[in-house]
Design a protein around this ligand. Structure first.
Ligand SMILES: O=C(O)CCC(=O)C(=O)O
Ligand SMILES: [Fe+2]
Length: 363
């Protein structure tokens, strides 16, 4: 039976269509990646991760075939992914042969489970027409990083790694896709998708997702107008600070930031609880609108406890995300996610890539 988009849209009101297309997408990607993997040695598979663009282009037609044989297509899944705050792709890969959980962002250990997790993430993003990308200013530009608890002794990083995270978009100080930085045109846009691959999560610590349409429903017309005014200051997120000083000479802050954007009939957001303030402390209406947004986040957070082998594709335009508190235990068999980013790079200017890289964006 062909599952048309109209059908999915109709029954997704009940959640059934949503689950069905996620299950079909998961199975199509799992089968395509397993077939691809079975023709390669471990070393060959690992080597592909240095060329995510090539890998995506190789896997996309295979995923398309698997989707078509299940009555769907990459175009269907792409349209679906852009309408959803988050896709939860359950048991999309098998996290075999993992070492103990690392205790830093980098490097991702080269084991079968991490290779297949990374290839699967690249495959999912390629299927929805997103390139898998990094920023040179975050964690040395590594395409995948470990999201894990850090041991004592790493200051703010240790504290943050064990703590809950309130709603935010990733790469919050970068322009939205389609916009350019007013002074430095090399600065690339923030990601369209945040891709989390779960390797371990023994305490079922949830990632949280706050769909923008749920947030909007809790905001007044006045709040919505205030959030569209360039009256906020956004500071750099912790993981980018050092790299930005190295590359740009200073942290990238946005002094006249708008948080909410009307984009061709839909809304996009950028926000971070921990790094956003009002520009003028006298501006009560700006503060009230931001407070209302924060309250809405607290009301709208959907818990998404990822299991080993699950991938979450969080839409970084139409959702905020965060997580509950992982706690201070680290290493051994503790929580371990891998993170990468997806972006439609069709309109990225050549200068917005780091010289010589096919996946690392500036800064
Ligand atoms: O740990 C998680 O589930 C999400 C972490 C996150 O959003 C981040 O590191 O930016
Ligand atoms: Fe995040």
């Amino acid at each position: 039976m062909r599952i048309t988009l109209a059908y999915i849209t109709f029954i997704s009101l009940a959640g059934v269509g949503t689950q069905l297309i996620q299950a079909i997408f998961s199975e199509a990607v799992r089968v395509a990646v397993s077939k691809w993997r079975s023709n390669l040695t471990f070393e060959q598979a690992l080597e592909y991760l240095a060329r995510p663009g090539d890998l995506g282009r190789e896997l996309q037609p295979a995923i398309e075939r698997e989707l078509i044989s299940r009555g769907s297509s990459c175009a269907d899944v792409q349209a679906f992914a852009w309408a959803q705050p988050c896709l939860k792709l359950e048991a999309i890969f098998q996290p075999d042969d993992l070492p103990d959980t690392p205790t830093d962002f980098c490097p991702v250990p080269g084991a079968e489970g991490t290779v297949i997790a990374r290839v699967t993430a690249i495959a999912c993003l390629a299927a929805i027409n997103s390139a898998t990308i990094s920023y040179g200013s975050e964690n040395g530009g590594d395409l995948f990083v470990n999201l894990v608890v850090f041991p004592p002794g790493r200051g703010k990083f240790t504290v943050k790694s064990a703590d809950k995270m309130s709603g935010h978009t990733d790469g919050v100080t970068f322009p939205l896709r389609g916009h350019r930085h007013p002074v430095n045109g090399r600065i690339a846009p923030s990601p369209d998708f945040v891709c989390l691959s779960a390797l371990r999560n023994p305490k079922q610590v949830p990632t949280t997702v706050m769909p923008l349409d749920h947030l909007m429903a809790r905001l007044s017309q006045d709040h919505i107008e205030e959030l569209q005014k360039p009256q906020y200051i956004i500071g750099s997120q912790l993981t980018f600070r050092e790299g930005m000083v190295d590359i740009l000479g200073d942290e990238l802050d946005v002094d006249d930031a708008q948080l909410l954007f009307s984009m061709n009939g839909s809304w996009w957001i950028r926000f971070s609880h921990s790094t956003t303030q009002i520009a003028d402390i006298g501006q009560k209406s700006a503060q009230e609108a931001m407070d209302a947004l924060k309250h809405a986040c607290a009301d709208c957070a959907i818990a998404l406890p990822l299991q080993p082998g699950d991938i979450a594709l969080i839409n970084n335009r139409i959702a905020l995300h965060g997580r509950s508190e992982p706690g201070s235990e680290y290493g051994e068999q503790t929580r371990w996610l891998l993170r990468t980013y997806g972006l439609d790079v069709t309109d990225i200017d050549p200068s917005q890539w780091h010289d010589g890289s096919t996946f690392m964006l500036y800064p």
